[in-house]
Write a protein that binds this ligand. Structure first.
Ligand code: F3S
Ligand code: F3S
Length: 99
């Protein structure tokens, strides 16, 4: 799967959403999340993000390692609560991210 990391928080450019062929990039309140079950690793999203927030799971930088779980846990059945409409607790706890 691909993973959306912290640079998306409070930016939400949405360019990635238009590229995804399986519509597996979902908006929370402050960031977007990729459903790891639905993502087909097409790679279309990664190059269009203006803040380079998207990484292939094997290439997630060490400082963003926990974001793989943040994405997965956002989705029902992903090991965490269904949070659609809100944000994962890790995201909700972040201070405002200024550009
Ligand atoms: Fe969609 Fe990106 Fe996966 S475009 S299929 S989320 S690699
Ligand atoms: Fe976020 Fe980049 Fe998509 S800022 S909404 S991951 S294009």
């Amino acid at each position: 799967t691909y993973v959306i990391a912290q640079p998306c928080v409070d930016v939400m450019d949405l360019a990635c959403v238009a590229e995804c062929p399986v519509d597996c990039i979902v908006a929370g309140g402050r960031t977007l999340y990729i459903d790891p079950v639905a993502c087909v690793d097409c790679h279309a999203c990664e190059p269009v993000c203006p803040v380079e927030a998207i990484f292939y799971e094997a290439d997630v930088p060490a400082e963003y390692a926990h974001w793989t779980a943040v994405n997965a846990e956002f989705f029902p059945g992903g090991g965490g609560p269904a949070l659609t409409g809100g944000d994962h607790p890790v995201v909700a706890a972040l201070p405002p991210q200024s550009a």
